[in-house]
Design a protein around this ligand. Structure first.
Ligand SMILES: Cc1cc2nc3c(=O)[nH]c(=O)nc-3n(C[C@H](O)[C@H](O)[C@H](O)COP(=O)(O)O)c2cc1C
Length: 315
C-alpha cells in the first residue's frame, strides 16, 4: 500500500482530486491536519474535509488536537461527515503548534496521550491511526510512547523517524524505526525521504517486513513515483500527457475557486516549487515561474514548459 502524506499547503483537495483522476498508485490520501481556533474549525480547514471535496472515498482526515475537548470537537465533525478512519497528528514540529501542547509535543507525555486515546475509543467507533515522529527532543521518546500505543486497537502507526527540531531535514533515525518494528504490536508504516525508486528499495531492504509506505515530497517531485514502485511504467509521451492533464486540472481549479487571480498565481508558484523537479532544467524553469507577476501569464508560460521542456528520466 502507498499513502500520500499530508502536506499542508500542497496536498490540498484540488491536488488530491487531480491526482486521483490522473494517476493510480496512491491507495489513500491523508488530508493535511485540521484544528480548532476558539472552538471553531476555520473555513480553510473545513473546506479540506467537506465530503463534496473528497468524493474519491480514499481520503483520511487528520486532527491536530491537544486534549479530549479538542478531540471531541474535531472528531464529531468528521464522524458527521462519514469518514471511516481518522488520523491523529503526533508529529507536527513547529513551535506555534508544540507550544500549545499539540503535534510532536504529545510524544513527551505518555500519560496525557493515553488519556486522549482512551477518550477517543470510548466516544468514537471510527478507526483511528496515528502519524508520529521518533520524538520531540530525543529519539528515545518513542520508547515510552510505544507501550501506550500497544494498549489501543490502532488501525495504523505511521512513523517519520526524525525528532521535532530536525523539521524535515537531517539524518533519519533508522534505529528508532527498527525499535518500532521490534516493539509495536503491528508493523509500522514507513514515512520519510523516499524520493526515488532506489530510496524505496533501500528502505525496503532495511525494513523487509514493512508493507505500507507513506510518501510526501517524493510524490510532489515525481508524481510517477507510486506507479514506479508498483511496477507501472509509462512511455515519455504518456508521461508528458499525464503531467499536462494533472497540471491543467490543478490550475483550472485554483483559478475557478477564487475571485482574486493573484491568489491562484501564488498557489501555482507554490505548486511549481516541487513540480519543476519533473524537468531536466529544474532550476531554470523554477526561476521563470517565480518571476511571473501577471496571473494571465502563468498559463502560456507553463503550457510552453509542459509541451517542450525535457523531462527528467527517473526510472
Ligand atoms: C510543507 C509540509 C507540510 C506538512 N504538513 C503536514 C501535515 O499537515 N500533517 C502531517 O502529519 N505532516 C505534515 N508534514 C509532514 C509530511 O507528512 C511527512 O511526514 C514528511 O514530509 C516526511 O515525508 P517525506 O520525506 O516523504 O516528505 C508536512 C511536511 C511538509 C514539508
Amino acid at each position: 500500500m502507498i499513502y500520500l502524506a499530508p502536506l499542508q499547503g500542497f496536498t490540498d483537495f484540488v491536488y488530491r482530486n487531480a491526482y486521483a483522476a490522473v494517476f493510480q498508485g496512491i491507495d489513500a490520501f491523508y488530508i493535511p491536519y485540521i484544528t480548532t481556533k476558539s472552538s471553531q474549525v476555520p473555513r480553510k480547514y473545513e473546506r479540506e474535509i467537506l465530503p463534496e471535496n473528497n468524493l474519491n472515498r480514499k481520503s483520511v482526515p487528520q486532527v491536530l488536537a491537544k486534549d479530549e475537548e479538542e478531540i471531541l470537537e474535531l472528531c464529531s465533525l468528521l464522524r458527521d461527515y462519514g469518514y471511516r478512519e481518522i488520523n491523529l497528528n503526533l508529529g507536527c514540529p513547529y513551535p506555534m503548534v508544540t507550544n500549545r501542547g499539540k503535534g510532536s509535543k504529545l510524544l513527551t507525555g505518555p500519560d496525557k496521550l493515553e488519556r486522549m486515546l482512551e477518550f477517543y475509543f470510548k466516544n468514537f467507533q471510527i478507526a483511528l491511526s496515528v502519524k508520529m515522529r521518533a520524538g520531540f527532543e530525543s529519539a528515545s521518546d518513542i520508547e515510552q510512547i510505544i507501550p501506550v500505543l500497544n494498549r489501543f486497537p490502532l488501525k495504523k502507526v505511521i512513523l517519520h523517524p526524525r525528532i521535532a527540531k530536525q523539521l524535515y531535514e537531517g539524518t533519519i533515525h533508522t534505529s528508532a524505526f527498527q525499535f518500532a518494528v521490534d516493539h509495536l504490536d503491528q508493523v509500522p508504516v514507513y514515512n520519510g525521504d523516499v524520493f526515488t525508486l532506489a530510496d524505496y528499495q533501500n528502505r525496503k531492504g532495511s525494513f523487509p517486513t514493512v508493507t505500507d509506505w507513506m510518501l510526501g515530497r517524493g510524490v510532489l517531485m515525481n508524481v510517477f513515483l507510486p506507479d514506479e514502485i508498483k511496477g507501472i511504467k509509462y512511455t515519455e509521451t504518456e508521461k508528458r500527457l499525464k503531467l499536462h492533464d494533472f497540471h491543467t486540472q490543478i490550475m483550472e481549479s485554483y483559478f475557478q475557486m477564487t475571485d482574486n487571480p493573484g491568489n491562484a498565481l501564488n498557489k501555482m508558484q507554490q505548486f511549481w516549487l516541487y513540480f519543476s523537479h519533473h524537468f531536466s532544467h529544474q532550476g531554470k524553469i523554477l526561476k521563470v515561474i517565480k518571476k511571473i507577476r501577471n496571473p494571465g501569464n502563468i498559463k502560456p508560460e507553463t503550457e510552453y514548459i509542459l509541451r517542450r521542456a525535457e523531462l527528467k528520466i527517473t526510472d
